[in-house]
Ligand binder design. Structure first.
Ligand code: NAP
Length: 307
């Protein structure tokens, strides 16, 4: 077996523990060689609390994976690229589009890999949905993304702080699937954003795009969680359920597997391929829709929110 590449994981919080650490532990491509976190650690792995010190101490670690929220992430990404390391970014890839453009240019200038990951694009049925839609004409499509913020982001006040994106933090996952599977591009024409009276980012959003595409995102859904995309075409009806993990055509399940959630292993396999071939993968289309919704959105004030 070829030697695994060394990688450092930065920001040991919910998603690092839930997904990145298990995916790396099982990866044939990567060896988790160090962590950087002000408070989090991973058992048995060398840990640092300061990023610059880790970069200086471990020149043998060629890649870093950044798992902190978007607002504090950019200085870490820039420092890593300036130190000659390949960089993998959690979604959304930044707090603003411009900072990701700057990283893209820096990575290209230095000949390094930058991977702006969209984990939902790796869901089990997304590829099959894209293939099925490739030769169809979309008449209309609707995204229903309703989940419970207290379950998925317990106590994470950053999601409601400026740059935290509010309900677009999960909503951008739906948009990452939409922009992957639709046979042509659409753009946003209207949005209604519901802001809790005491918060800086929306807790719900209704979006209208060209091409008959609409979306409803809501973070106040208790009980059953819904991550569906329904598409009516000139040749039948497609539904992606369970966050892109099950594909139905005209009501019949045809692809996917909701028992195996392989999104993060697939992201790390892709990162290994990108580093090997010297390529980057940065698609900002999902984030453009979020920025446009914030630009065009009509604001509604709703009940104050506390975790
Ligand atoms: P989190 O647990 O609140 O934060 C992750 C880690 O980031 C923290 O443990 C913290 O580590 C570090 N961090 C937080 N603020 C920081 C700051 N100002 N400076 C430096 N480090 C800071 O968040 P998360 O849920 O893991 O989400 C992180 C990213 O993953 C987000 O972009 C999110 O969209 C994405 N994501 C989350 C989920 C999910 O289910 N939660 C799913 C998929 C993707 P230290 O304090 O120890 O340094």
């Amino acid at each position: 077996m070829p030697e695994r590449r060394k990688i450092a994981l930065v920001g040991i919080g919910k998603i690092a523990r839930d997904q990145h650490v298990p995916a790396l532990a099982a990866s044939p491509d990567w060896e988790l060689a160090a962590t950087v976190s002000r408070s989090g650690t991973v058992e048995g792995i060398e840990c640092h609390t300061d990023f610059a010190s880790m970069l200086a101490a471990r020149p043998d670690i060629g890649t870093v994976s950044l798992c902190m929220p978007p607002v504090p992430r950019h200085p870490y990404a820039e420092a890593a690229l300036r130190a000659g390391r390949h960089v993998m970014l959690e979604k959304p890839p930044g707090a603003t589009l411009a900072e990701v453009y700057a990283l893209t240019a820096l990575a290209a200038e230095r000949g390094l890999t930058l991977f702006a990951t969209w984990h939902s694009r790796m869901a089990q049925a997304v590829g099959a949905a894209k293939a099925w839609l490739a030769d169809k004409r979309v008449i209309r499509a609707h995204i229903t993304w309703r989940e419970d913020v207290r379950k998925w982001h317990p106590g994470q006040d950053w999601v409601f702080a400026p740059g935290g994106m509010g309900v677009f933090d999960p909503g951008v996952n739906a948009l990452s699937i939409l922009t992957e599977v639709l046979p042509g591009p659409v753009h946003l024409t209207a949005a209604t954003l519901s802001f809790p009276a005491n918060r800086q980012t929306p807790i719900a959003a209704d979006l209208t795009f060209t091409g008959g595409v609409t979306a409803e995102f809501d973070w106040r859904q208790e009980g059953l969680q819904t991550w569906d995309i329904d598409v009516q075409t000139d040749a039948g009806r497609l539904a992606l359920r369970m966050g892109g993990n099950r594909l139905e055509v005209d009501g019949v399940a045809v692809a996917g597997n909701t028992a195996i959630m392989g999104e993060y292993p697939a992201l790390y396999a892709r990162m290994a391929g990108l580093v090997t071939t010297g390529l980057s993968d940065i698609d900002l289309a999902p984030m453009v829709h979020v920025a446009d919704a914030m630009t065009l959105g009509r604001r509604i004030e709703v009940a104050a929110f506390e975790f």
